[in-house]
Structures are given as structure tokens and as C-alpha cells.
Design a protein around this ligand. Sequence first.
Ligand code: PLP
Length: 384
Amino acid sequence: MYKKYYKNFLETHKGKLHLAAHSHHFWPDITRDAVIKSWDDSAKYSDKKWEYIFTNIVPKAQSHIANILNLSHPEQIAFAPNTHELLSRLLSCFSNNDSFEILTTKSEFHSFSRQLKRLLELPNISAIIIDNESPTFEEDFLSHVKNADFIFISHVFYNSGKVLSFSFLDKIIEHKKDKSILCLDGYHGFCAIETDLSKYENDIFYLAGGYKYAQAGEGACFMVCPKDTDLRPLNTGWFASFSSLDIPQEKIDYANNGMRFWGATQDLTPLYRFNYVWDQFFNDEVSIKKIDHYIKKLQIYFIENFEKTQLLINTNLDTQGHFLTLELSSHKLCEKLHGELEKNNILTDFRANRLRFGFGLYLETEDLKQKMKTINQIVFQVVG
Ligand SMILES: Cc1ncc(COP(=O)(O)O)c(C=O)c1O
């Protein structure tokens, strides 16, 4: 049904079942045209390229994101090549604080966990890291919210696929200090599950990017910033204040919108890809709601035909993102299973002792049908 959008990637994966869309989603064919258009625009505008890009390409990407997340201030969206850069810039606003407490979970993305570990070597930084899989998670987390200066949590957890409820987000906002920062990592939710941020626009920083469900490849990450933020990132580049470029400044000033969180010169071809993909989908009336519905049908088929459902962490699709997670007794076993599946042209990925089966729009039930017997056999051989 949606395969027509992915002829190039499907052609180079003939005979393979790609169950890793949650890791790197296949790119729709139209992204190739986008890359060529970016090249052509560079040739056409040369030195005037930035002016063209910042009046056409960036606003269009902001408007798609605002539409997808139901935001009314697209100008509050900042871009960077990766989410780590945006996160680092956000954290840099607080480098001079005498003390700074971070509240988070044990299931945040690798760059965050690594960065946090390094930050904890500094004397002024402390962190409370809550087990998001404990039955008392919500109360444990909430009990620390009032003291936290910086709260970082995923919308969909990368190592389970479980979705954080927005009623819990409401409680965090209700309990947090006025000045504290709440940052929601939306990477595994963005363009996968319908997300309405209208209510939270002034309360949270929201991070996401292009290479998963947004299908735009690497380099198109963004952060939605609250409208009235006056934060002054220590880590700042010339994109953060275009208007004062030619005027010598006594004090470093910042744009009065999301631009204040930009860095410096970067390749914006990824935004061309993002725009082309979502222009095409929205023109063809392929909404996030339809995508989610379609993926859930594939997940239901998988669950109904998978023989070891007891190994899946969560089969309730109302609280699950676009991948299913199999938990094994060890990392070694997981590695073995991943390798055996790969030898049989079934592509997955794994984190620690958890293997992820992810579903992309370019799959059909028939593709799963052809490989289900093999998947069940391999899981049986490896896991018993
Ligand atoms: C939850 C989550 N956030 C963010 C990212 C992306 O991180 P970065 O853009 O720094 O590579 C990933 C990547 O897998 C992720 O799983």
C-alpha cells in the first residue's frame, strides 16, 4: 500500500525483512529529489543561499513540525544536526549555577546518559535517576520533581517502546518549580504517534529529529522552545542572532525566538528531505494518524503470529510505540539472536538484553507472513 514511496531502498534490500525502522527508517524516494534540489539551490544562490534557506526551507520545516505537533509558534523551533547538540546547548545555560539537580530516568538515549555521567564529575551537578520500569515509577519520579532544576524524560522509551502518558506529564508540570526546565525527548514518538503539544507549548522543551519515523535521514533534529524563554546558552554560534551580525555588540544578544538555540553553519539539505517527505505525505493525505493505524495493524499481525509473546515487554499497543521489544536473559543471547536473524535476512537491532522489532510503512502483512515461520524457528533455537 505504501511501498510505492520506497522503491529505491526496497530495491537494495530485496529478500530482506527490515524490522529496524525504529532505528533508521527507510527514506522515501522523494528524498533523492530533495537532495538534488538542495544542490541546485546552492548553485543558484551561492552566497545568497542562507537568505533563501532561512526564508523558504526553514520556515517550511517549522510549519510542518508545528502542524504535526499542533503548535501555534513555529518560530520557536530550533534546528541542529543532532539532538545531542541541542541538549548540550540547553544544558550550557546553567553552567554557572552553584548547584544544579537533574531528574531523569534510567532509560534515556545513549548520548544523554553519557553526557550526564560526564557532567556528574563536576562538583555543582547532581542527578536523581529513577527506574522507569519500577511499579512505583510515577510516585518515585514525582517525589523528586519539586527539587529538580532540569527534568529530562522520553515520550517513548528507546529500550522498551513504552509510551509515557501525558497525564503523567501534566503531573510533572504541576509539581515542578517555576524556573525548572522540563525537556521531553520525543524522538521515538515524533511522526509515529499522534502528539498534540498545544497545551504544553509554553511549559516544555521538546526534542526530536529526522532519521527515525520522520523519514528524513540524519541531520534534521529540532527543539521546540517555550515562547517566553530568555535562556542564554553559553554554547552559542552566529546563527543564534542574525539580526546583530553587522552591529558590534557589547553584550552577546540572542534572537527573540527559537533561533537563540541555533549553533552555526550546518548543512541544511536534511531539511529539504524532511520538507519533501511531508509535502508528499500530506498532499497524499497520509496523516500521522493513518500511519500509526497502519503500523499497529502490522504489530497486531506480528503479535498474533509470534510464538513467544511472553518474551515481549509490552503487547498493549495503546501504550507502545512503533517497535516491539523482546527481553532475553543476557546481552550475549540477544546478540546471538540478532545475528541468527540477520543471517536469515531478518534485520533487527538490540540494546543490552533487549531486541527490537520495528515496523515501517514499507512493510506489508504479506512480508511478515513470509518470514514469521523463520522468526519463530530462530527464536526457538536460540532461546529455547
Ligand atoms: C530516544 C532517543 N533520543 C534521541 C536520539 C538521537 O540522538 P542523536 O541525535 O544525538 O544521535 C535517539 C537515537 O537513537 C533516541 O533513541
